[in-house]
Design a protein around this ligand. Structure first.
Ligand code: 5GP
Ligand code: MG
Length: 469
């Protein structure tokens, strides 16, 4: 079931001028959503031209090549993946030629029924070059477009087949569409630019392009975007929602606003609630940069305790979380974060991070603080213990990997070597997010899945009607 394209970032722009540079800027802003590969597809004079590469955006897409890409309609993608499926053939957008013209597609999320759908398509004659969900979706779209030249109808047909998480930007023969899955797992929003319109995973990209935020794409909504505006085809009926809680806790940029909630504000509230739920008598509060920063500021302000940046992060170090071996991850964490001795020496310190997954980061950082002379080290975490795998796109897979499945809070405290350890409660997290519990996907912390996953517990008892008119 593990599809390769985890929480990625997508964008699409329609304008009166060439869009490749603006797409590039948007990709730079959503770079944190995927560092494995980047790509841009633009439509010009009847066909789609695509530029793709592995690595960070400025490496994957040489500027001169981007400048040379002409076209007033385009989509783009940054890809986040684990160590498997690193090849360039997995880079998006995916493109195909169809009977009604070239099609390009970019996907953020992960389908939960991709293997069934793939088998079905193969039985009916489709061939695949990758195990990518994006390729599967584009092939399905091609099939539906053969049946009808109404593209909205074709997209709806595809949506009725898909289970799981998807936010898509799609280009069909120069027309541009975007889609958000009926649960709304992955974010997607729309903005107005000087000379056109943009849809993108995170609103901060609209700000970077000096645009104006218009709206979030609603769960289950399809939009067609043009140079002059957009036409919405909202979902019909009352479908349950499942916004991914982890977007606000960890994944998204703090300056993004997702479904009406600013990420920074939610993280600060998490910190405030943590201060209320798990107080401690300490001299200073420190974040684990960068992901724990806003949570720590919220904690410090609410508790009236001085805030200090006591860890220097090496901004050139790569990601530690996805390295395959435990010793590699430990070494990488110790290279990435160094305590400032004068700040921590002799102090009672509170460190705040967004989440504990395997416990690698904190185990090393707590011992570093002690070596640097900290008198006490207390740990607060902005997300309840992660205990269950994500099937919707966040890179957290095996139950065995999660430290909270092996030890209780006291056991984890002992392993990471802290004087105290406190997690925000689930009700506390829900309060900070400001949604109804049933509008959120909380599966990674409560083990209840909003969609049917074989072998897992469903959030509701009733069966769901996931179909569209
Ligand atoms: P741990 O070290 O406990 O295994 O992981 C927790 C740390 O990794 C936290 O600092 C958190 O910000 C980060 N983290 C949590 N989930 C993810 C994820 O899905 N991907 C990446 N790259 N980092 C994560
Ligand atoms: Mg972190």
């Amino acid at each position: 079931m593990s599809g390769p394209e985890h929480s990625c970032g997508v964008v699409g722009i329609c304008a009166n001028n060439d869009v490749a540079s603006a797409l590039y800027t948007a990709l730079m802003i959503i770079q944190h959503r995927g560092q494995e590969s980047a790509g841009i597809s633009v439509f010009n004079e009847g066909s789609i031209n695509t530029l793709k590469g592995n690595g960070l955006v400025d490496f994957a897409l040489p500027r001169d090549d981007v400048k040379a890409l002409q076209g007033k309609v385009g989509i783009a993608h940054v890809r986040y993946s684990t160590s498997s499926s690193k090849g360039i053939e997995y880079a998006q957008p995916f493109t195909v030629a169809t009977n009604i013209g070239d099609v390009a597609l970019a996907h953020n999320g992960e389908l939960t029924n991709s293997s069934e759908l793939r088998k079905k398509c193969m039985a009916e004659g489709s061939a695949f070059t990758t195990s990518s969900d994006a390729e599967l979706i584009i092939k399905l779209l091609g099939r539906y477009m053969k049946q009808s030249d109404d593209i909205i109808k074709a997209i709806r047909g595809v949506m009725n087949e898909l289970d799981g998480a998807y936010a898509l930007t799609i280009m069909v023969n120069g027309r541009m569409f975007c889609v958000r899955d009926p649960y709304g797992f992955s974010p997607l929003c729309m903005g107005k630019l000087d000379d056109g319109y943009i849809v993108v995973s995170e609103s901060s990209a609209i700000d970077a392009l000096r645009g104006e935020f218009i709206k979030d794409i609603e769960p289950g909504e399809i939009c067609e975007i043009t140079q002059d505006g957009y036409k919405s085809y909202p979902a019909t009926g009352d479908h349950p929602k499942a916004f991914c809680m982890f977007e606000w806790v960890y994944f998204a940029r703090p300056d993004s606003v997702i479904d009406g909630r600013e990420v920074y504000d939610v993280r600060r509230k998490i910190g405030e609630i943590l201060a209320r739920e798990c107080p401690a008598d300490v001299d200073l509060v420190m974040p684990i940069p960068d992901s724990g920063r806003a949570h720590a500021i919220g904690y410090a302000c609410a508790a009236g305790i001085p805030y200090e940046e006591g860890f220097m992060k090496n901004r050139f170090a790569g990601r530690t979380f996805i390295l395959p071996e435990q010793h590699q991850r430990e070494f990488a964490v110790s290279m990435k974060m160094i305590p400032i001795k004068s700040t921590v020496n002799g102090k009672r310190i509170m460190i705040v991070d967004d989440s504990i997954v395997r416990g690698t980061t904190l185990k090393i950082l707590v011992s570093m603080l002690r070596e640097a002379g900290a008198k006490e080290v207390h740990v607060r975490i902005g997300c309840p213990p992660v205990i269950a795998p994500c099937y919707y796109g966040v890179d957290m897979k095996g139950r065995d990997e999660f430290i909270a499945n092996h030890y209780d809070v006291e056991g984890i405290r002992e392993i990471i070597g802290a004087d105290s350890l406190g997690y925000i409660s689930l009700p506390g997290l829900i309060e900070a997010l400001g949604f109804k519990e049933n509008d959120l996907c909380l599966a990674c912390v409560n083990n209840k899945y909003p969609t049917h996953i074989p072998g897992e517990v469903h959030r509701f008892q009733s069966t769901l009607n996931t179909h569209f008119e």
